[in-house]
Design a protein around this ligand. Structure first.
Ligand code: 3H9
Length: 664
């Protein structure tokens, strides 16, 4: 912490690298500093500001695993001192203020930020609610409706929006500290305190008086996921905001503290905090020599299918121009329509201006000649999933691309080393496995070949961040992390169905567990023919072929694309309809294989068998070094396969779920 006096104003700079977290230890530093300012008659006002390029990332998330114990000072004690002070407090905010950082600012009399500053309450993403007065002060300041929206979503808002909502008093182009000092010079020393806590909460909905509170609160509860499946913190947050309307400030605050303390000890919050820290570990590769990422200013993509075009859109969104090579005019037309449709949708939703959409659309160029890739810094192939085709593409790229260009494959299963071997630059070859739809899904598997250099890895990790992806490093093995595990998960689901459990029941059990989609609906979406082709190509890695997949393939039941797969589909609809024909096929195939039907299982047991299948492969991937950490596997499943984040990912779940739900 730094503290200096400027003409009767004490400037206290939060300085607790890297993000000025308001930890227990830092509260022990801040509290005496605030007490000293309070006691000093020469100090008429205090400005709180931040070092390290931001105001504060909030309370220290590491502290949440330990009980502060009696006498430990916390962020709440810091904020209580600001609240009770007779002096004028101004928060001078630059760049970022999150969670407890904003809560500290809310206790000040004034809040000033520089343009472009991001403010937010991400606690909900950690399975928490703002627990240092945020749920009581924010509704009092900006109205219950806006406050609920902000805290329930957990997304950041820009300083301009925060000003419009009344969260900030002033936004300045630069130098928030200078603006804070100028503001204090304008405020008369005798001016009354501007405590947010002294205000009362308005609902913030035009035409609705406070009498409508029970209705609004009931509506908010109704819109949330169930308490026992992803909505635990959200429901408590609504309760806390309700308290800000119905109770006086001290009682509301006491309610908030109790709700926060309940959440911080809850299983969903522990799981979500694990996801937070696992995400921050991702770029770290133990044992890899440090290397500098190379700048990527232009990209090439081979193939204008759905994947290639989606990848091009990712680059356009990140401000990196991309050339897409595609021989078929017809396919180029389809790809252009996809690009146009996607950006038009963003404009319609108000997420992008027409001008910005135009600019991004123009930064994607479709060409038929590989020579157009000569100057690209990175080229990603997204052609048909066949090793022969990929090798031909890599050999061609190697002759055309500039010597220091990185060549990447978007393969979802194939051997990166085999592709690298047909080039003269294996150190610059790796896998960049995007997930469909590539412009939406956050996951990116960064596949490290035997020869991939540290510099190539560092560049790919940095590129992943630029593309706003969650990049997980994987070793080069069949199916990498995600699909390798998915195959065994799928086989276990099929095994259950062969034992006589209806596919729709299996899907329902997994959805109730919190998966975005059940395994069979996912089969139908991605195409059973795709699974069949993978099994044909690598029966060794897939533990042999699957009878039912063979059968469905022969019956031309490929999934949504053919109108029937595991489920059937009405024309033009993606709604899976349970199909007795499939049950019969499972029965016949089970009979041929001598698998007895009639297994009796509970839904919990279905979940247990499927999660166990994932975890068994996950452990194997860890043992063989394909996955670096179990947290990496969890991130793959949360961001790429719809595993419920409040259950922490399969590996976390297996370790932390109630033991009766997980096989030993
Ligand atoms: C809260 O405030 C609760 C209160 O309402 C009530 C309390 C009673 N704590 O992301 P980065 C570490 S809950 C501890 O790579 P960036 C992070 O692990 C908190 N550590 O940097 C990493 O460590 P390492 C609500 C934290 O520049 C390093 O800092 N706040 C915290 O890309 C750099 O992180 C949040 O949820 C923290 N709060 O992004 C904000 N924050 O170097 C969470 C970061 O060892 N944080 N670290 O790997 C963020 O969103 C981003 O870190 C931030 C910086 C935008 C701040």
């Amino acid at each position: 912490m730094r503290s200096e006096d400027r003409a009767g104003v004490r400037v206290i700079t939060l300085d607790n690298p890297p993000v000025n977290a308001l930890s227990f230890a830092y509260a022990a530093v801040l509290c005496p500093a605030l007490d000293a300012a309070e006691a000093d008659p020469a100090v008429r006002a205090v400005v709180l500001t931040g070092a390290n390029g931001l105001f504060s990332g909030g309370a220290d998330i590491n502290d949440f695993t330990s009980d502060p114990g009696p006498g430990t000072l916390t962020i709440r004690d810091v904020i209580a001192r600001v609240e009770q002070s007779a002096k004028t407090y101004v928060a001078a905010i630059e760049k970022t203020a999150l969670g407890g950082g904003v809560e500290l600012a809310l206790a000040c009399d004034y809040r000033i930020a520089t343009a472009g500053t991001k403010l937010g309450f991400p606690e909900i993403k950690l399975g928490l609610l703002p627990g240092a007065g945020g749920t009581q002060r924010l509704p009092r300041l900006i109205g219950a409706q806006d406050a609920l929206q902000l805290m329930l979503k957990g997304d950041n808002i820009d300083a301009g929006d925060a000003l419009a909502k009344g969260l900030l008093d002033e936004v300045v182009p630069a130098d928030a500290l200078g603006a804070a000092l100028a503001l204090i010079a304008r405020v008369a020393p005798s001016a009354p305190k501007r405590r947010v806590s002294a205000r009362s909460t308005e609902l913030g909905i035009k035409g609705l008086g406070l009498f409508a509170t029970p209705f609004v609160v009931a509506q908010a509860h109704k819109m949330l996921p169930p308490e026992d499946n992803g909505g635990f913190a959200a429901h408590k947050l609504v309760d806390a905001v309700e308290a800000s309307i119905e109770l006086d400030f001290p009682r509301g605050l006491a309610r908030e503290f109790r709700l926060f303390d309940e959440l911080v000890r809850s299983a969903p919050s522990a799981a979500l905090r694990h996801v937070f820290f696992a995400e921050r570990e991702l770029g770290k590769i133990p044992g890899m020599p440090p290397a500098q990422a190379k700048p990527i200013a232009s990209a090439g993509i081979v193939g204008a299918g759905t994947m290639g075009t989606g990848i091009a859109i990712c680059f356009a969104n990140a401000g990196i121009p991309a050339v897409v090579i595609e021989p078929s005019d017809e396919q180029i037309e389809r790809a252009k329509q996809m690009v146009f449709g996607m950006f038009a949708h963003q404009v319609q939703r108000g997420r992008m201006t027409q001008e910005e959409a135009w600019k991004r659309g123009q930064s994607i160029r479709f060409e038929s000649d590989y020579a157009e890739l000569a100057q690209a810094d990175v080229v990603i192939e997204a052609v048909f999933e066949s090793m022969d085709v990929k090798k031909t593409v890599f050999a061609k790229l190697d002759t055309i691309c500039k010597p220091d260009a990185i060549l990447a494959s978007n393969t979802s299963t194939l051997d990166i080393d085999a592709m690298a071997a047909v080039t003269t630059r294996p150190a610059q070859v790796l896998g960049l496995h995007f997930f469909a739809p590539a412009n939406i899904m956050k996951l990116l598997e960064i596949v490290r070949g035997n020869a991939t250099s540290p510099e190539t890895m560092a560049t790919a990790i940095a590129l992943g961040k630029t593309l706003r992806k969650v990049g997980v490093v994987s070793g080069n093995a069949f199916g990498f992390i995600g699909n390798r595990m998915l195959f065994d998960y799928a086989r276990e689901a099929i095994q259950l169905a062969e034992e006589g459990i209806a596919p729709e029941r299996i899907d329902r059990a997994m959805k109730n567990f919190g998966m975005a989609m059940g395994p069979f609906a996912m089969f139908d979406l991605s195409g059973l023919d795709v699974f069949w082709h993978i099994e044909q190509g690598r029966p060794d890695a897939m533990h042999g072929r699957t009878r039912i997949i063979d059968r469905l393939y022969r019956e031309k039941r490929f999934g949504q694309k053919s109108g029937a797969g595991i489920y059937r589909y009405e024309k033009g609809s993606r709604e899976p309809i349970p199909d007795p024909v499939t049950l019969e096929l499972f029965r016949e195939e089970a009979a041929k294989a001598g698998v007895a039907q009639g297994t009796v299982v509970t839904d919990d047991e279905i979940v247990k068998r499927l999660v166990d299948a994932l975890v068994a492969v996950g452990n194997e991937l860890l043992r063989t070094g394909i996955a670096l950490r179990s947290g990496d596997i969890d991130i793959v499943y949360v961001y790429g396969y719809g595993f419920p984040p409040h259950r922490g990912g399969p590996m976390w779940y297996a370790e932390h779920a109630p033991k009766e739900l997980v096989h030993a």
